[in-house]
Design a protein around this ligand. Sequence first.
Ligand code: T3D
Length: 261
Amino acid sequence: MAGSEVLTEITDGIATITLNRPDRLNAATSEMLTQLLEAIRSTGTDHEVRALLITGAGRAFCAGQDLSDPKATGPSADLATLIEEGWNPIVAAIRGLPKPVVVAVNGVAAGAGANLALAGDIVIAARSAKFIQAFALIGLVPDSGGTWALPRLVGDARARGLSLFGDPIDAETARDWGMIWDVVDDDALVEETTAIARKLAAGPTLGYAAIKRAIDAAATNTLDEQLDLERDLQRELGRSRDYAEGVAAFMEKRSPEFEGR
Ligand code: T3D
């Protein structure tokens, strides 16, 4: 499948979605955001797909909103509409997707591009990648979930510093601060992230969906509510074929063959 600005390829249960405006560092136009949302939604409902892998073409992951788009900066620009119709549904779709989303940050991730990356479940950056909360540099507030995700990931002090200064942080600092899962050498990024996506695509998809849901719910639940949610999710999972297979494989001392149901 191919839109011109977002490419989608499905192989071995993995949908690889590539942001594809490399000459603009994959800065997003409204058209690109529409294509990205469509790619996430359609692969999300495709039963053959059990993991998503999002990356960027060329030397950048994504430089955020395309600032040369008159819709973003012209006299009639309505940033709320751009965010409401463009970035917000994408972040919500990734967070709410009942499948694991791996993000391969192949280069700089700036502005909404950084927060798009942070919406993923497992974020792996190339060693040369950088994360920039560039918003304050142009008089804006971090969007696309940045003010929600950053304090949770790196704590209040670092979230404020990153947002107020807009300085780049390198991939190793992002990992050491708990912003992302791991860093790999640039030339190993594709291989490593594909291996991770492959492992997740062969895993217990319903269980993964429940893990995503429970961890997200913990952001607002009380402990009692969370205990109830875990109980309810476990009740459902206890009836799944993958649970039966997981237990059988353990007892038989073999690797499980999960089907995602
Ligand atoms: O505005 C709204 O709609 C509200 C929503 C806002 C969400 C946001 O994302 S706001 C934040 C927008 N993004 C930024 O402010 C980042 C802007 N880009 C940069 O700061 C730098 O380009 C980078 C730090 C990302 C990379 O720097 P560098 O030196 O590696 O590359 P470069 O030379 O700056 O960029 C290469 C080309 O990409 C260049 O074009 P040229 O000179 O070759 O014709 C540059 O203008 C273009 N480019 C990079 N980012 C954007 C962009 N063009 C349009 N929009 C961009 N965001």
